[in-house]
Design a protein around this ligand. Structure first.
Ligand code: ATP
Length: 283
């Protein structure tokens, strides 16, 4: 569904490449989690997958960016937005500024695509129920908290039903309950065949929901794999990427001789419970 091959990119007037030789494959109807240290190039990669680079930001892009069979690096931005919805990092910047109510704001993209009025209303109501923001529909988008704006920004993308949704830290301003809800919504969307790429620091939620994890470091994607394998990889620290608290606990237990080296590190709560219960019963 998404296939980046040997992609390199430099921002306009930049002396060095921000990304170099990036390869990435994401299957249709899956959730890909992308992690990396601050400044590693995650937002840049999100904009490349969504076609905003090079069409909006300029700069020098090489390699191929294929999404849903189209080459976004050579197609137009209009082409790209019909295939990929991008939820950007700061929800305040995503708000169009052209609308008085949240309902109109969520409908804005559909309006631009010429969607009939009754269908537009129906889809806005549907997505508002999904994200539990029905009570905000008549409010001004500017009179919302950061977390509420974030949910409106997510709703504005989901409502478009693009086959791919790219999200750059979509839960940064949400409380734990809001964050879990967004991940549950993403999992439900995956069941409908939508492909999701999420750039996120909340590794335990990625472990639960993502099908694959990819690590951005040293200007490229340095590791891709099943979430459990990636999160237990010893090299994450060298790339300034954290891991789950269960892996950290497992490493501490190994250091203290409480967990034999041949036992795989637990990555989730359930795995930790199993591993430590077994070790206790052996002792
Ligand atoms: N418009 C721009 N022009 C020039 N350089 C840029 C531009 N935007 C980002 N960069 C540089 O590209 C690099 C990667 O930035 P990017 O925002 O993609 O990282 P990130 O991993 O998303 O970081 P964070 O987690 O802090 O958001 C940084 O060195 C940044 O300074």
């Amino acid at each position: 569904m998404i296939s980046l091959t040997d992609v390199s990119y430099a921002y306009p007037d930049a002396e060095a490449l921000t990304l170099e030789h990036v390869d990435l494959e994401v299957e249709r109807g899956s959730i890909a989690g992308i992690v990396g240290a601050s400044g590693a190039g995650k937002t840049t990669l999100a904009k490349i997958i969504a076609g905003f680079i090079p069409h909006a930001d300029g700069g020098e892009l090489s390699g191929t960016v294929r999404v849903d069979g189209r080459d976004l690096s050579t197609g137009s931005l209009v082409d790209a937005v019909s295939v990929v919805g991008l939820v950007i990092q700061n929800p305040f910047n995503q708000i169009s500024g052209a609308k008085y109510t949240v309902r109109e704001e969520i409908a804005f993209g559909l309006e631009n695509f010429g969607t009939p009025r009754d269908e537009m209303q129906r889809r806005v109501d549907e997505v508002a129920a999904l994200l539990r923001i029905e009570h905000l529909l008549d409010r001004s988008p500017y009179a919302l908290s950061g977390g509420q704006q974030q949910l409106v920004a997510i709703a504005s993308m989901i409502v478009l039903r693009t086959p791919v949704i790219v999200m750059d830290e979509p839960t940064a301003q949400l409380d734990p309950a809001g964050t879990r809800m967004v991940f549950d919504v993403l999992s439900a969307l995956r069941e409908t065949g939508i492909t999701i790429v999420i750039f996120e620091h909340k590794l335990e939620l990625l472990q639960q929901h993502a099908d694959r994890l990819h690590v951005v470091a040293d200007r490229s994607i340095v590791l891709s794999g099943a979430p459990d394998d990636v999160l237990a990889d010893d090299r994450l620290a060298q790339w300034a990427v954290g891991t789950t608290r269960y892996v950290t606990a497992g490493r501490l237990a190994r250091e203290r001789g409480l967990l034999p080296p041949e036992v795989p590190l637990p990555v989730s709560f359930e795995q930790a419970e199993r591993v430590f219960d077994r070790e206790r019963s052996v002792r």
